[in-house]
Design a protein around this ligand. Structure first.
Ligand code: PLP
Length: 386
């Protein structure tokens, strides 16, 4: 009997070991990992530098309360603020917690001004987490059923429809929360023009722009943050999945004028920003910068997309190829589950983003040969299913 709660539709596979882009199951079979723990294993598995840095930190100090100053946390805050253009960082342990902190900060910012603005507008098909506040923010009914009463103060609009957004802004609106590229909701890109128009709308009305880059941030989309490609900067930014390369960590960054609404007692986290998780994140950022990993993300992205585009011409069951960097989706006009199972049988791990979208998320340091191998395995799987 399995004593673990049945909260995931698990693949019939037990993974026990990994090295780079490759993982092994408990029977010794190898697979190419194009899931990366859902955009978490930024540097692949058992990366030597990350392993060494974590071992050294574990032998020095694992955890230290936020009642004290933590040097690795200060270094990470300095790096992330310098990279993002925002000015302050708060650390937690997951994406949902980062978004929870962002929503709390946005509300407190208006409270501090004596304003009654509290409502947050988010997009249909968005995904922001599983806490009561973040599942309410999420623009998908399936995550909400059975959990009422839900906290008030959220409305949802169609993505990339600036008129619908303008019409939904009123005297209660505090903030707009968006993913620059929706991951869970189907690999749907927020157009650069849309994001620019949203930024202008926020500026005109004094609203806060919150970007959820829990899945897209830390190089995943070919730039450190996806928002750079739209030429805008948010007021609040959330990060998590890829930040620690496999060690749980979340971050919420804000510009100074907003961040000051949090003071001692307004928010906190026991584990958030501890020496172990901050060491992991600092090592990931070092590796991205010192090995020109973003160039690799862009090159492997182009290689994957052209391979997938060629397949779309061969297999009529395939639709459009979309996404950015190494967060790539291929829409199908059939259910994606049989293709995922066939890919696994061919030795390739891939996942879905909704019922009819295939999602590919290899580590950022995936090699050219590994992308070729994955494309071959995927073609085999398509021959058997599409
Ligand atoms: C995964 C995800 C979350 C939730 O992160 P958890 O660490 O699972 O709480 C929030 N937002 C986005 C965009 C995500 O992809």
């Amino acid at each position: 009997m399995n004593a673990v709660m049945n909260t995931y539709a698990r693949f019939p596979l037990t993974l026990v070991r990994g090295a780079g882009t490759r993982v092994w199951d408990d029977a010794g079979n190898a697979y190419l990992d194009f899931i990366s723990g859902i955009a978490v294993n930024t540097l692949g598995h058992a990366h030597p530098k990350l392993t060494a840095a974590l071992s050294a930190q574990a032998g020095t100090m694992l955890h230290c309360s936020n009642l004290f100053h933590i040097p690795t946390q200060q270094q990470l805050a300095a790096r992330l603020t310098q990279l993002s253009g925002l000015e302050r960082a708060f650390f937690c342990n997951s994406g949902a917690e980062a978004n929870e902190a962002a929503i709390k900060l946005a509300r407190k910012y208006f409270y501090d001004q004596g304003s009654t603005r509290r409502t947050i507008i988010t997009a249909h098909q968005s995904f922001h987490g599983r806490t009561l506040l973040t599942l309410t923010a999420t623009g998908q009914e399936k995550v909400k059923t059975g959990f009422d009463p839900l906290p008030p103060g959220f409305i949802h609009v169609p993505l990339n429809d600036i008129e619908a957004l303008k019409q939904s802004v009123n005297e209660h609106t505090a903030a707009i929360l968006l993913e620059p590229l929706q991951g869970e909701g189907g690999v749907n890109l927020a157009d650069a023009e849309y994001l620019q128009a949203v930024r202008r709308l926020c500026d005109e009305h004094g609203l806060l722009l919150l970007l959820d880059e829990v899945q897209t941030g830390i190089g995943r989309c070919g730039t450190m943050f996806a928002f750079e490609q739209a030429g805008i900067v948010p007021d609040i930014l959330t990060l998590a999945k890829g930040l620690g390369g496999g060690v749980p960590i979340g971050a919420m960054l804000a510009r100074e004028g907003v961040a000051t609404s949090f003071g001692p007692g307004s928010h906190g986290s026991t584990f958030g920003g501890n020496p172990l998780s901050c060491t992991a994140a600092l090592t990931v950022l070092d590796e991205i910068e010192t090995t020109a990993l973003l160039d690799n993300v862009r090159a492997r992205s182009a290689q994957l997309r052209s391979g997938l585009t060629a397949m779309a011409a061969r297999f009529p069951g395939m639709g459009d190829i979309r996404g950015q960097g190494l967060l790539i989706g291929a829409s199908l006009n059939v259910d994606v589950a049989p293709l995922i199972a066939a890919a696994r049988a061919a030795g390739l791990l891939v996942l879905a983003a909704g019922p009819q979208v295939l999602r590919l998320l290899p580590p950022l340091n995936v090699s050219e040969a590994e992308v070729d191998e994955a494309l071959q395995k995927l073609a085999t799987a398509m021959e058997n299913t599409l």
